[in-house]
Design a protein around this ligand. Structure first.
Ligand SMILES: NC(=O)c1ccc[n+]([C@@H]2O[C@H](COP(=O)([O-])OP(=O)(O)OC[C@H]3O[C@@H](n4cnc5c(N)ncnc54)[C@H](OP(=O)(O)O)[C@@H]3O)[C@@H](O)[C@H]2O)c1
Length: 317
């Protein structure tokens, strides 16, 4: 069934008809597997696309205590060719290498939905994907892949989706599709503002927790919290030039709220360094530095943090 393609221009009917959507998840790690389970539970046809061609089927359990197991086909070309929605949940630095080889197999009407931390990964491949409806998303749901078959939903959250291009703007009906699978979902036509705010918070928390190898909560200690504030001051200057309306005091207050609400958590960059994996620094602080340079703004503190993480990566990998 290739309903969505035919109904894209009548997308409001699509939702009212309550049709299942054909969805392929590209990169079923923690976040991708979480969405795969919830979307399948909601009645959609979900298949997975992994880095390796084996196995051809994968079963996933959502939370260890949940008896229900979800079975998915993996790397099935037919499902990919006929998917209405390609949900891309690889990390920012994996987007290009994961997606480009698949593009020749996709219909032009396949909707591309990107969900990752950081900014700039989609801009880098814009020319290759702009004939598709493209959407971006940011989520505060927490997910942990406890084993190759078990996903833990570590924290309920909120997801914001919005268009990257004009044809993406016709896909607001996806808000309902996702809301019925893993709420809550907000449609935001100015998704860049949400992405910038998330990036600002990540700039303040992620590098420092990776460098100090500490939980988020430790950033509230006065000596480290001074560094958090200095990072925010520089980030705020860039936000202003990008026309993101957010007072510096609000940014600092939001960062401190996140630190307090997630005090027992380790940031993703902390975990990446701990497990000796490449981080998303190029798409978080790296993106900020790129924009600061374009605007002629000096950001020495963020530059130092960026260089420290790159040095850590070099030593670890
Ligand atoms: N986890 C969370 O709670 C959370 C919350 C909010 C946002 N995020 C963001 O969401 C994004 C995904 O995070 P995550 O925690 O789900 O990371 P993850 O567990 O590492 O998932 C990424 C998945 O993509 C796969 N992949 C990489 N290259 C691929 C390719 N060429 N083809 C197919 N699959 C490929 C990886 O496979 P391999 O295992 O083989 O490398 C992995 O399974 C990140 O940007 C993260 O910052 C995460």
């Amino acid at each position: 069934m290739f309903f969505l393609v035919n109904l894209l221009h009548f997308s409001h009917y699509f939702f009212f008809l309550d049709l299942p959507v054909n969805i392929t998840i590209l990169g079923p790690g923690a976040v991708g597997s979480l969405w795969a389970c919830y979307l399948q539970k909601a009645g959609h046809n979900v298949s997975l696309w992994t880095r390796s061609s084996t196995p051809s089927e994968l079963s996933l359990s959502l939370n260890a205590k949940d008896n229900s197991s979800h079975s998915f086909s993996c790397n099935d070309k037919d499902s990919l060719i006929h998917c209405d929605l390609l949900f891309i949940t690889v990390k920012a630095w994996q987007v290009e290498s994961a997606l480009l080889p698949l593009l020749p197999l996709l219909s032009q009407e396949t909707i591309l939905l990107f969900m990752h931390n950081g900014m700039g990964a989609i801009d880098a491949i814009k020319a290759h994907i702009n004939h598709h409806p493209v959407l971006q998303a940011t989520t505060t749901h927490g997910a942990l892949k406890e084993s190759s078959h078990t996903i833990k939903h570590t924290g309920m959250g909120h997801t914001v989706i919005g268009p990257f291009n004009a044809s993406g703007n016709q896909c607001q009906f996806l808000q309902n599709v996702l809301e019925h699978s893993l709420p809550s979902i907000e449609w935001n036509p100015g998704i860049d503002i949400a992405l910038w705010k998330k990036l600002a918070i990540n700039c303040a928390i992620n590098p420092l927790t990776a460098i100090h190898q500490c939980k988020n909560g430790q950033l509230s200690q006065p000596d480290i919290n001074q560094d958090v504030i200095h990072v925010c001051t520089e980030v705020h200057q860039v936000l202003q030039k990008e026309d993101i309306e957010w007072e510096e005091i609000e940014l600092v207050s939001m960062v401190n709220q996140v630190i307090s609400a997630t005090s027992e958590n380790y940031s993703s960059m902390n975990r990446d360094c701990f497990h000796k994996r490449k981080t998303e620094i190029d798409f978080i602080t790296g993106y900020l530095l790129q924009k600061a340079k374009q605007h002629g703004i000096s950001t020495p503190i963020n530059e130092t943090l960026y260089n420290q993480i790159k040095q850590l990566e070099e030593n670890l990998l």
